[in-house]
Design a protein around this ligand. Structure first.
Ligand code: ATP
Length: 364
């Protein structure tokens, strides 16, 4: 039975290492030509899931389909996948051309076709001048591109990336990230991309899957994950969030207007979806708040003391403690770099009612 007409479908996948449950009931699917990222902290099961898709780890239960075909019992070399690792895993004694050709030889492609495919893919990733060199004679970025070219050369139905950029410095990482995404779009290959870097996930993906403790916490397009996190874990893991418990005092579900008390007073929240309880968590992003010198609105206007100011060039982070409210609570906002404020100053801040979001998590 085919689950879905997708390049990849994972249904209720569970996997144990001995007694340790590394994947629990993981279900998702990836459409043809989409790039999905598996995002989560170290040890949450991202690599395990990738290995299960590649066929290196058998599932205890559940199923994996690639292009509509059940992968149960299908060995890695017979799956329509190719893997690109963080460590590059290049053969040091083989030339760049031979490294790129490796997967093709394994698949017993004709020598004449191998040469033309290697030349084509080397050109796509900008490696044509390096084909005769050994990996040790290349920069980190170039080595990463060899690993990418080797995986791309086999024209896999699903490309699997395991933190491919984590050995590169920041600038190069940005550059290769854009290259991978451009190549992926141009060639339309389907990709599963493991990362623990939330910015990378937001920047690259059609779909982000946030994992924790072997389970999926939330999945959706990057904007949805960022704007509408479902719980404190996702809100905090993806971007910076001000998370606070709120008591819902009054609500008008028709207009989507809710009055709440939060750690710094009474606030209004505009929400298309009603809160899941009367005492729940809500969150807002530092860049959503405005200092009142920038705005004249009165709704959701609060007074804070600036307890710390961090200048970051184009931006400035402020840590704020509420004038009227829980003394231990502090909140973060982000302003333009040259906003003329200093530590110890008292400021008025407006948090727009539609910038505060209810999480689907009640306060225990
Ligand atoms: P990282 O970002 O650090 O690579 P990850 O999310 O990819 O982490 P996995 O490598 O999938 O995590 O590991 C998931 C969990 O399974 C971890 O707690 C890890 O310690 C455990 N684990 C992984 N491989 C094995 C193994 N061969 N035997 C026992 N436990 C393992």
């Amino acid at each position: 039975m085919t689950l879905m007409a997708n390049a990849l479908a994972v249904e209720r996948a569970s996997l144990r290492y001995g007694t340790f449950q590394a994947l629990i009931d993981v279900t998702f699917s990836v459409g043809e030509g989409q790039l999905v990222t598996l995002l989560g902290p170290s040890g949450c099961g991202k690599t395990t899931l990738l290995k299960a898709i590649a066929g290196f780890m058998p599932l205890d239960s559940g199923r994996i389909e690639i292009s509509g075909r059940d992968m149960q019992g299908v060995p890695p070399e017979k799956r329509d996948t190719a893997m690109c690792f963080q460590s590059y895993a290049l053969f040091p004694h083989l030339s760049v051309a031979e490294n790129i050709a490796f997967g093709l030889r394994q698949r017993r492609i004709k020598s004449s076709d191998i040469a033309s495919r290697v030349a084509a893919v080397a050109q796509q990733v900008g490696l044509s001048p390096q084909l005769e060199k050994l990996p040790g004679q290349l920069s980190g970025g170039q080595q990463q591109r060899v690993a990418l070219a080797r995986a791309m050369a086999v024209h896999p139905g699903v490309m699997l990336f395991d933190e491919p950029l984590s050995n590169l410095d920041l600038k190069l990482r940005d550059h290769v990230r854009i290259e991978i995404r451009a190549l992926q779009r141009e060639h339309g290959f389907t990709a599963v991309y493991v990362t623990h870097d939330q910015q990378e996930a937001l920047a690259m993906s059609d779909l982000v899957i946030v994992m924790r403790n072997g389970m999926i916490e939330q999945m959706g397009p990057p904007e949805q994950i960022y704007r509408h996190p479902v719980n404190r874990f996702v809100a905090d893991f993806v971007g910076t969030a001000n998370i606070m418990p709120v008591d819902v005092l009054a609500s008008d579900q028709k207009s989507g207007r809710y009055e709440v008390t939060c750690p710094f007073g009474k606030a209004i929240i505009h929400s298309a979806t009603p809160p899941v309880g009367s005492r729940i968590y809500a969150c807002w992003r530092p860049e959503d708040a405005m200092l009142t010198s920038e705005i004249t609105e009165e709704e959701n206007r609060f007074t804070f003391d600036i307890s710390a100011r961090t200048f970051l060039g184009s931006l400035c982070n402020l840590a704020l403690s509420p004038r009227n409210g829980a003394a231990e609570a502090f909140f973060r906002i982000q302003t333009h770099g040259f906003t003329p404020v200093r530590e110890g100053q008292t400021v008025d801040v407006v948090i727009p009612p539609d910038a505060i979001r209810f999480l689907e998590e009640v306060v225990a």
